[in-house]
Design a protein around this ligand. Structure first.
Ligand code: ZN
Ligand code: ZN
Length: 331
């Protein structure tokens, strides 16, 4: 099978390898669409939790090709998406309903071979049927699951006033989910005009190009969707007293953030982060199937496997009005 492999930080190459076989309890999936995520780029740049060498890609969908012994939920030909975080189900955190903090955590495309390949194996429990959902929408099951977990943590409530900082693919998913939760007003801050237009199409009441134009002390919930430290540091300014700040974007590992302790105290803020998801895949599939979350317009590029690095470059440099880049490994 053809695949993309990150040998070590900043070294990525196409490879041709023997196809994996599904072991007992595993499903072999022919990958049809695989999203390039900021996390893939962090792994490529040595800024995340990846084990090297690794085949990246944790946001993908495809068709079941073969199932291992004992698999009951799937058969060849089923259309599926994968929840990449693999919990052991037996450690203290798993037994305490905190599977995302599994002490033996593994993740497809991070520590295990991922979806930037023609085929991939996944444990049955990590695989979810997507029915007739188009594959390119199925590739959003994972990022949408993470967004659902984050929005549930932030407890966005009916009639809340919300500010979202950043309108990349994740910001636009957050926007749609916050709307579904019943927010009365959502302002999105984003520099790139193509993205602000899309934010308006996805339900933003207002878009602003500059953080300086956002009102201080006003929002019930402020969500950072940039992972950029200077933006994260300012997020606390815009929350109302007693409000909530959700730091959702993934910053580079090792980078320090500075907050004014007294301001956090005086405002009585709830400051949250959100790590991956907690079995939110059924919810994500349901919202995509029902059309309540629209992801098609978030896709800007569809590239063959050999163009993975080109996809990374588009995202890193913000070229060509890039939004979500999908790799189509069968092309
Ligand atoms: Zn991702
Ligand atoms: Zn565990």
């Amino acid at each position: 099978m053809k695949a993309i492999i990150i040998e070590r930080p900043n070294h990525v190459a196409p490879v041709d390898r023997p196809e994996p076989q599904p072991d007992a309890g595993e499903v072999l999936i022919r990958v049809q669409a695989s999203g390039v995520c900021g996390t893939d780029i962090h792994i490529l740049r040595g800024e995340y939790l990846g084990d090297y060498p690794v085949i990246p890609g944790h946001e993908f969908s495809g068709v079941v090709e073969q199932v291992g012994a004992g698999v009951t939920r799937f058969a060849a030909g089923d259309r599926v998406a994968v929840e990449p975080n693999i919990a052991c189900d037996a450690c203290y955190n798993c037994l305490h309903n905190r599977h995302n903090f599994c002490l033996n955590w593994e993740a497809i495309g991070v520590t295990l071979p991922g979806g930037m390949a023609e085929v991939v194996v996944a444990p049955e429990k990590a695989v979810f049927g997507i029915g007739e959902l188009p594959f390119e929408c199925g590739a959003f099951v994972e990022p949408l699951s993470c967004v659902l977990h984050g929005v549930e943590r932030a407890d966005v409530r009916l009639a809340d006033r919300v500010a979202i900082l950043g309108a990349g693919p994740i910001g636009l998913l957050l926007l749609q989910v916050v709307r579904l939760r019943g927010a009365a007003h959502v302002t999105v801050v984003e520099r790139q005009p193509a993205r602000t237009e899309l934010a308006e199409a996805c339900g933003a009441d207002r878009t602003l190009a500059h953080l300086d134009d956002l009102e201080a002390d006003r929002y019930d919930v402020v969500i950072d969707a940039t992972g950029a430290i200077p933006v994260m540091e300012r997020a606390v300014d815009f929350a109302r007293r007693g409000g909530t700040v959700l730091l959702f974007g993934v910053p580079p590992a090792g980078a320090k953030m500075e907050l004014e302790g007294f301001k956090v105290f005086e405002k009585g803020l709830t400051i949250l982060s959100s790590f991956t998801s907690l079995r939110n895949s059924y919810q994500a599939v349901a919202l995509l199937q029902s059309g309540q979350v629209d992801v098609r317009r978030l896709i800007s590029h569809r590239l063959p496997l050999a163009d993975f690095e080109r996809g990374v470059e588009l995202i890193e440099r913000g070229l060509d009005n890039v939004k979500k880049v999908l790799i189509l490994p069968q092309e």
